[in-house]
Design a protein around this ligand. Structure first.
Ligand SMILES: C[S@@+](CC[C@H](N)C(=O)[O-])C[C@H]1O[C@@H](n2cnc3c(N)ncnc32)[C@H](O)[C@@H]1O
Length: 334
């Protein structure tokens, strides 16, 4: 066998082993094993009883997890690593736990890819606005909220020189970006727009951020519902990746009528290069977007220019992001 063939065979084998490791560890996350270990170190038998699983098989998973450095094994007992306790603290599960569950969802979505490629029928998910339960939407959006706090603060800092009195965040989710902008502009009023069953979470977060009195919450479908007019700023954060080019062109053209003259549209999303050769994270994300929702994709900056062109808005500036290296913020003006 040539060295090249041997190397490629080895790479394939590594891929499979990494997938096996990922599935094993995320299965333990899914079963709640790490949450149980947060309470106390336990044997495989005790963990099997608590998770209603087969202890003989579960113990094999636990051994692999400790060999991979995700937990410690002391005699018959398994324990969380000291430095990992924060990650599984139920007080912080809003922050971290959902994120680990989200990783499992990502993996299972990729594993369903062959079926989705064959049928062409994507999965309904919260992120793309699909018809999902309130609990599912809350899980996804609260994860996204905590993952985006720094990025939202950076985006809000870009608006400090704008004079804003009415701001609309379309597909706002937990409202992460809108609350940061409203905090930076104490006189401004906010319009939150997303699915009806996201309102509960958004109101909780807006209350915690001290802006709820300045916000109007509109639950529905932003492609169909009237969204008003006279906005100085419309935010589309992590939204255009949910839709195909035509849907984005239609949405942005509709929204341009909601802007006041001189008003701005801010599009924040994940970057991909024009030839679609990288970054790798964005290529993986592009696959994910074809497996869920509405034929979305990761878009290059030139794609976004094409998306906005029919609306006739002028490109003002594109900003790179310190807090999210593979993201851009593009600002357009009416
Ligand atoms: C990927 S999330 C982004 C959330 C938020 N902008 C952020 O960056 O954290 C996209 C959001 O758009 C919402 N969405 C998608 N299609 C929608 C539609 N047709 N009407 C209302 N909301 C929609 C989803 O419910 C979801 O909250």
């Amino acid at each position: 066998m040539s060295i090249q063939v041997e190397r490629t065979r080895q790479r394939f084998e590594n891929l499979v082993e990494q997938l096996e490791d990922s599935a094993a560890i995320l299965t333990l996350v899914d079963l709640g094993v790490f949450d149980l270990l947060f309470k106390k170190a336990q044997s495989a038998e005790a963990l099997a009883q608590a998770t209603q699983t087969d202890s003989f098989r579960l113990s094999r998973f636990l051994n692999l997890a400790s060999a991979l450095g995700f937990m410690a094994k002391n005699g018959d007992e398994y324990a969380l690593l000291d430095g990992d306790r924060d990650l599984f603290d139920p007080e912080q599960s809003y922050r971290h736990g959902n994120r680990l569950q989200g990783l499992k969802k990502r993996l299972t979505t990729f594993l369903a890819a062959d079926e989705i490629l064959r049928t062409g029928v994507p999965l309904e998910v919260a992120g793309s606005g699909g018809d999902v339960s309130e609990a599912d939407r809350r899980g996804f959006l609260s994860y996204l909220h905590h993952a985006s706090l720094d990025v939202a603060a950076e985006v809000a800092s870009w608006t400090q020189y704008f004079s804003l009195s009415r701001v609309m965040d379309v597909g706002s989710g937990a409202g992460t970006y809108l609350w940061e902008v409203l905090k930076a502009h104490p006189q401004a009023q906010g319009q939150w727009v997303d699915r009806k069953n996201a309102i509960g979470l958004a109101q909780e977060v807006a209350t915690a951020e001290g802006v709820v009195d300045r916000v109007n919450f509109l639950g529905g479908d932003f492609f169909e519902d009237p969204l008003g007019e006279g906005y100085d700023l419309i935010i589309l954060s992590n939204l255009v990746h949910c839709f195909d080019m035509q849907a984005n062109q239609r949405l942005i053209s509709q929204l341009s009528h909601s802007l006041s003259p001189g008003g701005r549209m801010l599009i924040k999303d994940f970057e991909v290069d024009d030839a679609r050769t990288g970054p790798l994270k964005s290529l993986r994300f592009g696959i994910m977007m074809t497996l869920v929702g509405n034929d979305g994709d990761t878009y290059s900056q030139n794609d976004v220019l094409e998306m906005v062109r029919p609306a006739g808005l002028a490109h003002e500036i594109t900003l790179g992001m310190r807090t999210s290296p593979h993201s851009y913020g593009m600002i357009f003006k009416k």
